[in-house]
Design a protein around this ligand. Structure first.
Ligand code: C2E
Ligand code: SIN
Ligand code: SIN
Ligand code: FE
Ligand code: FE
Length: 392
């Protein structure tokens, strides 16, 4: 086991979106790193009063409990305080309270710690717990968010159960921190998403409804944005943000009279002045939010009609002065507008649209993004054919 593996594990953990799968991965990786036969994970509850049992995996018993498992062994929550005193007798609670690692060769010989939970588990299952390694999971602020308990280190040479080696302790300590950071990040993202995704989605729908554009337009356009963002090697969290925030780019069209929005022909100059206000109207609608997603939506609404050469609106920004999200959205939005039917135009063929994108490289569009678009054309075309298929 080496540093590279630990790094790979860290990357894998930070990429897992589903918290229950993430918890399972943490236990699996900790078991693998230390050759432990079993692993249990506890998470500190919101009130910081109990350690809540999350998951238990045991190779010998071939069981997996907690999370999405149907297995019925559920360990009780461990109180951090008993009669208003720190609960130092329970080993997991001790580790959560002190941040100390406990490494014991045999829990039945352990001095000073109560392994009663483990012993009760042995009694219920016929398992025989021996060596134990219990480590705190500390996030980037040093706060302990949970405890990992590993049981029964297996001798690599088949010699049965051995004590946990000191290099295992270091590895699993690092893993515990990575796991804590991944979990904390995932919770933050989930809070954001749960609070705001639904609202953004409804706003995007409201704009479409008015514009008579279809849900598919929004789906395609947001996925083209995600493909471009991935092509720029942006971090996954940024790819997710643009995927979910770009659907609101035209929310300001809510403020545009139908006579203009749905006009079958070309707009006259006064109508055009009003129409161009949809970007600032959208930015107003989305302004002042604490949510990163809504903030991204605001930036996108405001800047998606800026042009690389400075001839766009509303601010006439040029090149890198245009927020990257707006530049990405411009390519995605125009490609989809070109290849779709609008009240004022028929759908163009892909070939005609490609020609326009290439002609506008470095004029309307960030040249790098046009390059990425054509590098990733296969993915773009896959979305065009099946816009509802999951991207990840
Ligand atoms: P939209 O229909 O979603 O179009 C988005 C962008 O796609 C347009 O932004 C434009 O950059 C590009 N685009 C659309 N159709 C064509 C085309 O035939 N040729 C080329 N070269 N580019 C095209 P733009 O121009 O800032 O327009 C913003 C919005 O204003 C449009 O959104 C649409 O709702 C409205 N609009 C623009 N032109 C007309 C028009 O002639 N008649 C009507 N009724 N509405 C228009
Ligand atoms: C959205 O979340 O509002 C659209 C993007 C998606 O469908 O994933
Ligand atoms: C636009 O006109 O929609 C934006 C052009 C760009 O950001 O490259
Ligand atoms: Fe627009
Ligand atoms: Fe659009």
């Amino acid at each position: 086991m080496n540093l590279k593996n630990l790094t790979q594990i860290g990357i894998a953990l930070s990429g897992e979106k589903d918290i229950s799968k993430l918890l399972g991965m943490i236990v699996d990786e900790a078991k693998n790193l230390t050759a432990a036969d079993a692993g249990t994970l506890y998470i500190l509850d919101e009130e910081k009063k109990h350690l809540r049992f999350e998951i238990l995996k045991n190779d010998t018993l071939k069981t997996r409990s907690g999370g999405s498992s149907s297995m019925k062994i559920t360990l009780l929550p461990v109180p951090l305080e008993i009669e208003q005193k720190p609960n130092h007798s329970n080993v997991c609670s001790y580790v959560a309270l002190t941040g100390q690692i406990v490494n014991t060769p045999d829990i039945y010989q352990a001095q000073g710690f109560d392994f009663s939970g483990t012993k009760a588990y042995d009694a219920a299952t016929g398992y025989r717990s021996k060596s134990a390694l219990v480590i705190p999971m500390k996030d980037h602020e040093g706060d302990i968010i949970g405890v990992l308990q590993l049981l029964n280190a297996k001798d690599p040479n088949g010699g049965g159960i051995v004590p946990f080696a000191s290099d295992s302790v270091d590895l699993v300590d690092s893993l515990g921190s990575q796991a804590a950071v991944a979990l904390t990040n995932r919770r933050l993202i989930q809070d954001l998403e749960e609070a705001h995704l639904d609202t953004l989605h409804r706003l995007a729908l409201a704009a479409e409804y008015k514009d008579k554009e279809t849900v598919l337009h929004i789906q395609r356009m947001s996925r083209y944005c995600a493909i471009l963002a991935r092509g720029l090697n942006l971090p996954r969290s940024d790819v997710e943000i643009i995927l979910h925030a770009s659907p609101v780019h035209d929310v300001g069209k809510i403020g545009i009279p139908d006579a203009i929005l749905l006009k079958p022909g070309k707009l006259d100059p006064e109508e055009w002045i009003l129409m161009k206000q949809h970007s600032t109207i959208g930015a107003h609608i989305l302004s002042g939010s604490q949510s990163r997603l809504v903030q991204a939506g605001q930036i996108i609404a405001k800047s998606h009609h800026e042009k690389w050469d400075g001839r766009g609106y509303p601010d006439g920004l040029a090149k890198e002065n245009i927020p990257l999200w707006g530049r990405i959205c411009a390519v995605a939005d125009v490609f989809d507008a070109l290849t779709s039917k609008r009240p004022y135009k028929e759908a163009f063929s892909n070939e005609k649209a490609f020609k326009i994108l290439k002609e506008e490289r470095g004029k309307h569009f960030d040249p790098r993004l046009i390059d990425v678009f054509f590098e990733r054309l296969d993915e773009v075309l896959a979305v065009q054919v099946s816009p509802l298929k999951s991207l990840f």
